[in-house]
Design a protein around this ligand. Structure first.
Ligand code: RUB
Length: 302
């Protein structure tokens, strides 16, 4: 297997590359490297398996790998350099479409934000951040509340990125969310997603489900920002998704005490007001229809 594929898989495992979108893009780029190096279906399939195994809870990763293999498969009758040239073109088009998707989500998401809104976000989602930056660039004077996202503190990245963009940003510890929604007058919650199941349940950074419950209690709208890459035809409901448990040393070491460190949790669709996708704003219950129309329940060319 290409050294670079293993390197990318290790970067995903160690979270040097992280976030559902970025790991999917890194995997597609690694597969592109295999094609550039003259690899064909057997090499691509082996590379895809290695990449898919690197993080279990984000469906974006197997979806992106399978779709890239599907593109290559469509070209496998081509001989010699023709396979390489055509497959590289297809992969580059796919990467471009992923860039377009996040821009469309930013436009659609910014449309639901009002001037003066206070928005709470969790962890570090490029997709959610793109919406917040777009709303700000449109002149909406928003304020953002970020969580820390213990134990790895990805929320610090979000806070830095937003503050550097000029957006007034407040950081709170994860357990202050209930307080923050009330005391800081939060109007909306916008988070990203790692997987969206067919019934509209959402898998995202651990803590998301609790935030959704707090938002529900305070009648605050809860939005999930995710491109269709995160939709899972295979996962009927959230409880079927394998939740990654990470090294407990990330949390603490207390002799004689068992520590658990789940990376993600499942927010049930009933607590989600809408999912912001590149296809538009939709109720989570419509996930089934998007999957059926766009993919016909299989990863096919959108
Ligand atoms: C990141 C996380 C993000 C989603 C969506 O978790 O849960 O909310 O991946 O991100 P981790 P994006 O830090 O463990 O990867 O919108 O960038 O795809």
């Amino acid at each position: 297997m290409a050294d670079n594929v293993d390197l990318v898989a290790k970067k995903i495992e160690s979270m040097k590359v992280r976030g559902a979108r970025d790991i999917a893009i890194a995997a597609v780029e690694a597969l592109r490297g295999v094609v550039e190096g003259g690899g064909r279906m057997p090499e691509l399939t082996a590379a895809g398996e290695r990449l898919k195994a690197s993080r279990p809870s984000a469906i974006s990763l197997p979806n992106a790998v399978d779709y890239t293999l599907y593109l290559a498969e469509g070209n496998k009758v081509l001989k010699g350099d023709d396979f390489r040239v055509k497959t590289l073109r297809d992969i580059n088009d796919y990467l471009r479409s992923l860039n377009e998707s996040i821009k469309k989500i930013a436009d659609i998401g910014a449309g639901i934000i009002k001037d003066g809104d206070v928005i709470l976000t969790h962890c570090n989602s490029d997709t959610a951040i793109s919406i917040l930056k777009k709303a700000w660039d449109e002149g909406k004077k928003i304020r953002v509340v970020c969580t820390e996202a213990r134990p790895r503190h990805q929320g610090y990245l979000t806070a830095r990125q937003l503050a550097d963009h000029g957006i007034p940003t407040t950081l709170v510890i994860d357990s202050a969310v209930h307080w923050a929604i009330k005391a800081l007058s939060v109007d909306k919650v916008i988070v990203g997603a790692d997987t969206i199941c067919a019934n509209g349940d959402v898998v995202n950074k651990v803590g998301t489900a609790g935030i959704a419950l707090c938002a529900h209690e305070s009648d605050v709208d809860f939005f999930v920002a995710a491109e269709s890459l995160k939709f899972s035809p295979q996962s009927l409901m959230g409880k079927m998704v394998k939740i990654e448990e990470r090294d407990t040393k990330e949390v603490t070491e207390l002799p004689g005490v068992a520590v658990r460190n789940p990376g993600f949790d499942v927010t049930e669709s009933q607590y989600i007001d809408a999912i912001i996708t590149e296809e538009g704003l939709m109720p989570p219950q419509a996930a089934y229809h998007l999957l059926k129309e766009k993919y016909g329940w299989e990863l096919k060319k959108p």
